[in-house]
Write a protein that binds this ligand. Sequence first.
Ligand code: GLN
Length: 201
Amino acid sequence: TPTIGVLALQGDVREHLIALAAADAVARPVRRAEELAEVDALVIPGGESTTMSKLALLFGVMDPLRARVADGMPVYGTCAGMIMLADKILDGRDDQETVGGIDMTVRRNAFGRQNESFESAIDFRGLEGTPVNGVFIRAPWVESVGAGVEVLAEVPAADGPDSRIVAVRQGHLLATSFHPELTGDHRVHEYFVRMVEDALR
Ligand code: GLN
């Protein structure tokens, strides 16, 4: 059974701990570098990415996190956590740093005012059964991805024929614009736990 940490600086930590336990992982909060060293994988929760970024620097976990990502530790980021995993961000605060690791550009608060929060049925590639209920809260979307990034889910754009990328995977890194931890449907967490088990094999 893998031990999966949840970065517990800010955001919806508790909901992820519950979802990971339901997906048969041992879950624990991670605030410091010493705690990060003890987990097999990490979830970066939803919350506020500028605050999370500041706190990660303040707590001295930003560089250890980057080192573990470079070393192949599986990480799953939701919403603000997706922003933290992006190599580039648009509409971020000027000095906002990310952990990075996924070759993508993510736009913060992309769905805009009239759509501050909404739900959408998501066809998530690789998951069996009914669509996933995507809960979006001041969510980012993925503006562009590099060649090594697999797109796992999209939603139709509100203003035209395009679609917006809302879930991606690059090797050991997974990110969603939406919050499966708020729905009671643990399939996305189970998908991540399988990624972690594969990485540990
Ligand atoms: N808008 C937030 C940010 O920029 C993300 C919102 C969320 O995580 N629900 O960090």
